[in-house]
Design a protein around this ligand. Structure first.
Ligand code: ASP
Length: 322
């Protein structure tokens, strides 16, 4: 039914006037961020929105629709009118991990969206409050495994990147800690800096500034190579946990049924954003890994979503209540 409605809405939009892509956008576009302001998804979305606004001559306004590990804002996007005036910044959680954790999820990341483009790969870093009593990853692991110590782990809700990737860490280490859920890792990071929680696993784009400032401790980045944005942070392999390899990503999606020409225009603008020196620099300075030309198509993003849903399912099934 939803599909039929989406198709009807798209058809109506098409009949209503001139070819939509020629004039699009004629008014403000909403970019839904399914997490709180100030976190990684919000940061990447605002960088892209700035470029889109300049390039297309209309405002691209970020709306933070947080809740349920990002699934609330993602569902809102899936159910909005597919006319190009509502798009979203999704990520590895909303479009990869969530189906494994929400048996009744009301959207299908592989079917209910028109992929626009992969905005940024975002490596995961294990971080702790600055006075956490462990000087390196090995000491952190020893403390995490100590049954007499009950650590608190911050995350952005079940199904979020911080939740899924730290669940993967806990499974590998055989640990179970007290979890504290936030509406995004923006507010979670504030509490980590304030020392109210012990540690979290988060996307690099949220962390570079605070790590450089010494406001939090970074134990390891879960990628094969160090990040040029944080050359002093060791890899998990260097730090003694080689099997913990995980990266997240952020990507732009429109609701299913958005006219093809509009999706193509959005993809074209997104590609120009990634080619724009100032936009690139903003993303790279935060540690983003930018896709090459082959990774900038809607088709490659669709494949990524399918691969991620399949990858996370066995890792997370049965973990929903952790
Ligand atoms: N990346 C999310 C945010 O923007 C949180 C998460 O998925 O962990 O806050």
């Amino acid at each position: 039914m939803k599909k039929i409605l989406a198709v009807l809405a798209a058809a109506t939009a098409l009949m209503a006037g001139p070819a939509p892509a020629q004039t699009y956008p004629t008014k403000q576009v909403t970019v839904i961020v399914p997490f709180a302001a100030g976190g990684p998804t919000d940061i990447v979305a605002r960088i892209m929105a700035d470029y889109f606004a300049k390039a297309l001559g209309q405002q691209f306004v970020v709306e933070n629709v947080a809740g349920a590990g990002g699934t609330t804002g993602t569902l809102r996007t899936a159910q909005s009118t597919p006319d190009g005036y509502t798009i979203m910044m999704g990520h590895m959680g909303t479009h990869g991990a969530a189906p494994a954790l929400y048996p009744n999820l009301k959207y299908d990341p592989t079917k209910d969206f028109e992929p626009i483009g992969l905005a940024a790969g975002t490596p995961i870093i294990i971080v702790a409050r600055k006075d956490f009593p462990a000087a390196n990853l090995k000491e952190f692991i020893a403390r995490a495994k100590n049954p007499d110590v009950r650590l608190s782990q911050a995350h952005a809700g079940v199904g979020s990147v911080s939740h899924s990737t730290c669940t993967m860490l806990s499974t590998q280490l055989g640990t179970k800690h007290r979890v504290v859920a936030y509406r995004g890792t923006g507010p979670a990071l504030n509490d980590l800096v304030g020392g109210q929680v012990d540690y979290m696993c988060d996307q690099i784009v949220n962390l570079v500034e605070q790590i450089k400032a010494g406001a939090i401790k970074a134990y390891a980045i879960a990628t094969p190579e160090r990040s040029p944005a944080l050359p002093d942070v060791p890899t998990t392999k260097e730090a003694g946990l080689p099997d913990y390899q995980v990266s997240a990503w952020n990507a732009l999606f429109a609701p299913k049924g958005t006219p093809k020409e509009i999706v193509a225009k959005l993809n074209d603008t997104y590609k120009k954003a990634l080619a724009d020196a100032a936009t690139r620099k903003r993303l790279l300075d935060l540690g983003s890994v930018l896709p090459d030309a082959g990774g900038q198509t809607p088709e490659s993003l669709q494949k990524l979503v399918q691969t991620e849903v399949a990858r996370w399912n066995p890792i997370l099934k049965g973990q929903a209540t952790q």
